[in-house]
Design a protein around this ligand. Structure first.
Ligand code: FAD
Ligand code: NAP
Length: 396
């Protein structure tokens, strides 16, 4: 099989992969850029989170959509009405439901895949091997066939995303406890039919960040409407934390609650209001602070009375393709959160391998010295605008 030569290969067509393609196209590399994804539909935001209220302002989705010339070209050649026009008409200072962001990304993707400089290939990258510190041979599995495509490139960019973290529960004998997928709990139109209405059910929610608060909200909304017998136990190990708007910057920009989740938490979940709030009629808090032993004791005391469990405890990288250098497995590549490059386990830089997105976010330090990882459409775009020029030079 002949391998096709490309200037770069971008793996993944979520918000990060799309931003990576936009930035690489803007650099006008000699040769095509290959873009690989099973569906080219805007990644997880479109697949799972269309019904989720955003925690970022509309203006940042707008900024993302117009950040690079190839995106602006797509916008100007897309007939109206279109998702760009819809986004532009929303109040830019407010948040919105993520279907607006998802539709914007799908429309950009539809335009980008048609460009002559792009070789869009539906499938999954299963492996990549670098030979003699120069090119990567990238192996792409096509859906529903045993066909494999090979690509040769000096630059391989991993924007492969993450999925909800699932951990074993530190309590034995909970055989009847049914796990709920966080993605389903974040999608009210699916959640409504997953939980039985007729019997009393108690759902355990573990966590206290954005996903957990939205999970609590969606379950509360069921309890006050279609599922009056539903109750929720909320297992949390830290106080509610909010983003704070400072003078020109945001404290806890990446870890603090914002938008609708922050409003709901402040108005209904804080200790001072929970017992009197409408949500407090259905949700009871189980304080798991004080370390792993206390958390385990609290879970052992309260989980046996629960019928369902949803863990909202962060996200874990999706499995990477099998990576190797001159045929030797590249185990546990270390991501450099400043440059977007990778190192071997022993600390040697891996030439031509880069990453971005929720799986490979930028490390940021705020004016108070707090370290966070920057996750969000506009944050991916800002990071990629900064590092793509360096990537191109470093792998030329
Ligand atoms: C519930 C939730 C709400 C969020 N809300 C906001 C918000 O309001 N505002 C905001 O800015 N950000 C938000 N984010 C953060 C961020 O924008 C999303 O997490 C986003 O989906 C991350 O984009 P990504 O491209 O890194 O990954 P993904 O969206 O997961 O995309 C990865 C893509 O790579 C593909 N892929 C994986 N492996 C391979 C392979 N081997 N070969 C080919 N393709 C592959 C996958 O199929 C997928 O299409 C939210 C996140 C979550 C979890
Ligand atoms: N649009 C929205 O409103 C929205 C909704 C959901 C997610 N998001 C975005 O998606 C990303 C992920 O958010 P996320 O809320 O899913 O996760 P997250 O921000 O990574 O937070 C994970 C939370 O889980 C807790 N945790 C970790 N391990 C735990 C354990 N073993 N037991 C109990 N608690 C544990 C952490 O507490 P510690 O700090 O104590 O470790 C932290 O509060 C973020 O970028 C977020 O902005 C956005």
């Amino acid at each position: 099989m002949t391998a096709q030569k490309c200037a770069a290969v971008v793996v993944g067509a979520g918000p990060a992969g799309l931003a990576a393609i936009g930035n690489l196209l803007e650099r006008q590399l000699a040769g095509k850029i290959a873009w690989i994804d099973p569906s080219f539909q805007g990644g997880r935001v479109n697949r799972q989170y269309r019904e989720v209220p955003s925690n970022t302002k509309v203006s940042l989705f707008q900024a993302y959509s117009t950040a690079v010339q190839p995106f602006r070209n797509v916008i100007s050649s897309t007939p109206t009405p279109n998702p760009f026009a819809t986004l532009a008409k929303l109040d830019q200072d407010k948040t919105c439901h993520l279907h607006h962001a998802a539709d914007m990304m799908r429309a950009l993707t539809d335009g980008i895949v048609k460009m002559d400089q792009v070789y869009a290939c539906q499938g999954s990258v299963v492996a990549a091997n670098q030979t003699r510190n120069t090119n990567w041979t990238v192996y792409v599995q096509r859906p529903g066939s045993s066909d494999e495509i090979q690509l040769i490139t000096p630059r391989l960019i991993l924007c492969t995303g993450s999925h909800p973290t699932s951990l074993p529960v530190p309590v034995a004998g909970l055989d009847n406890l049914q796990r709920l997928d966080l993605d389903v709990v974040l999608k009210p139109s699916d959640l409504v039919s997953i939980i039985p209405r007729c019997h009393s059910q108690t759902v355990a929610v573990v966590g206290a960040s954005h996903s957990a608060i939205l999970a609590l909200f969606n379950l509360f909304d069921l309890a006050r409407t279609t599922h009056p017998q539903l109750r929720v136990k909320w297992f949390t190990r830290h106080p509610l934390r909010y983003a704070e708007f400072m003078d020109g910057w945001i404290l806890r920009d990446n870890t603090g609650l914002k938008g609708m989740a922050a409003d709901f938490a402040r108005q209904q979940l804080e200790d001072a209001v929970l017992s009197k709030s409408e949500a407090g009629r259905f949700i009871s808090k189980v304080d798991c602070s004080g370390g792993p032993d206390r958390e385990k004791k609290q879970m052992a005391a309260h989980l046996p009375s629960c019928s369902h469990l949803v863990q909202a405890i962060g996200f874990t990288r999706d499995p990477l393709p099998e990576l190797s250098i001159d045929g030797y497995a590249l185990d546990k590549p270390q991501f450099d959160h400043d440059s977007g490059g990778f190192m071997t386990e022993s600390g040697r830089a891996v030439r031509g391998l880069f990453g971005a997105g929720i799986a490979f976010p930028e490390r940021v330090v705020d004016p108070h010295g707090n370290v966070e990882y920057a996750v969000g459409l506009w944050k991916f775009m800002k990071f990629l605008k900064k590092v793509t020029p360096q990537w191109v030079v470093a792998s030329s």
